[in-house]
Design a protein. Structure first.
Ligand code: PLP
Length: 413
């Protein structure tokens, strides 16, 4: 029997109210599909990449020459950032959730010796890597960072700025200060914070490497670019010690973005085949972010998250997160243990919320690029309905009153 030809793939529209991917902006999608076919050395494509590089530096508040983006998703940018970590390097990694946990795993893979890889090929345990675990639901504090770096004096230190697994914001200032004090090169997973929070790389001189992603705060899912930025000290380490990667070596990658020998040049040179569609979409997402302005965006996230949090709390949920793009919550005691059921019911109806991906099981509701009264109200009502479907009593009037008061008086929709 021959295999039939499948019908054309249809993917239905969902309300993407999870931790990410966020809602790709219509302008970004239009830019993606408007582009003509062009190769990766065509003038407009190269010019677009150089403009992206300059926009990224502005958006991210940095003079770091090595600020560009890596084709792929968040992990592609993170892999590039971790490429300078060599076998046997001393590392302290702070972990408080799913994503920083995977980052710590990556660091073990990079820092493991050949013998350590052979002993446990899929999960090497590098003796030179110290992982400091902070319980799920808590932030990593400056004191914890200071204590660990003072004690271990590692070459590298790692932390997630915003841990999307538990929805917690970690102490970036404390991290940068401790890195400077103890001579560690800081590495930051900024996947969830770029484009959502207002911050500037150059305010954190203890951090040598940064990596983010396309599809969260930048609203640019059509597989595009993960922004990265490196200080000269990071690039110097790479120059003198090398890296076990061609494609994700920041020095090589940067060439296509017009960064050669630490200098901006007029035209990029070949590193790999870039997509004109992706460059155009990414370019539009950066224009959009700069036009909005980070201050305005950050304010809008804070405002809408506060309304969502208040409504969910009124329904009896306990919110344990403090990120502004995501609410992580425990269901009321009567529904405890039914988190997965509730999330699956919602997802079956195109309401794309998420559970946590590691223990404990909690519910995650995100608002990436969902920053208006209509859609936040819709999320609140859909979630109330899902709780009622499981037998909870939800007081519709008091929830409607919260939305009315918060949006009616202090907040413009
Ligand atoms: C989403 C996320 C990642 C992974 O990003 P991908 O785009 O899925 O590769 C890594 N770290 C954090 C903190 C994240 O939120």
């Amino acid at each position: 029997m021959t295999m039939p030809i499948y019908p054309q793939l249809e993917i239905s529209e969902t309300l993407a109210a999870g931790p990410g991917p966020g809602n790709t902006d219509a302008r970004v999608l239009a830019a993606f599909s408007r582009v003509g076919m062009a190769d990766h050395m065509q003038d407009d494509v190269l010019r677009g990449m150089i403009e992206c590089k300059h926009m990224l530096r502005r958006l991210w508040g940095t003079q770091n020459t090595h600020t560009f983006a890596v084709a792929g998703t968040g992990w592609s940018g993170l892999d590039t950032m971790f490429s300078a970590v060599m076998p046997g390097d001393t590392v302290v990694a702070f972990v408080n959730g799913t994503f920083s946990g995977i980052d710590a795993k990556t660091l073990n893979i990079k820092a493991a010796t050949a013998a350590e890889h052979a002993a446990n090929p899929l999960d090497p345990q590098a003796a030179s890597v110290t992982t400091v675990e902070i319980p799920h639901g808590q932030s990593i504090s400056g004191e914890v960072i200071e204590t660990a770096l003072a004690r271990h004096k590692p070459k590298w230190a790692f932390m997630a700025h915003w841990e999307t697994g538990s929805g917690r914001i970690n102490d970036l200032q404390g991290f940068s200060d401790a890195c400077s004090r103890h001579g560690a090169m800081g590495l930051i997973d900024a996947v969830s914070s770029l484009g959502v929070e207002e911050f500037a790389i150059d305010d954190y001189p203890g951090v040598a490497g940064w990596a983010s992603c396309p599809q969260k705060g930048l609203c640019c899912l059509p597989l595009t670019y993960a922004p990265v930025s490196f200080t000269d000290a990071y690039i110097e380490a790479l120059k003198t010690r090398g890296a076990y990667s061609y494609v994700h070596n920041p020095i090589f990658e940067a060439r296509h973005w017009g960064i050669v020998n630490g200098q901006d040049v007029d035209k990029g040179s070949y590193h790999r085949t870039h997509s004109a569609y992706a460059v155009s979409a990414f370019h539009e997402s950066l224009r959009l972010a700069l036009q909005d302005g980070l201050a305005k965006r950050a304010h809008s996230y804070r405002t809408h998250e506060a309304v969502l949090r208040e409504a969910l709390t009124a329904m009896g949920c306990e919110v344990t997160s403090n990120m502004t793009s995501l609410v992580v919550l425990n269901l009321p005691p009567a529904l405890a243990g039914r988190e997965m059921e509730l999330v699956q019911n919602c997802r079956a109806q195109g309401f794309g919320i998420w559970p946590t991906l590691s223990e404990p099981v909690q519910v995650r509701i995100g608002i990436l690029n969902l920053l208006d009264r209509g859609v936040i109200s819709k999320i609140v009502h859909l979630f109330a309905d899902a709780m009622r479907d499981l037998g909870a009593e939800v007081d519709g009037a008091s929830i409607a009153a919260i939305l009315d008061t918060r949006y009616g008086t202090s907040v413009a929709a």
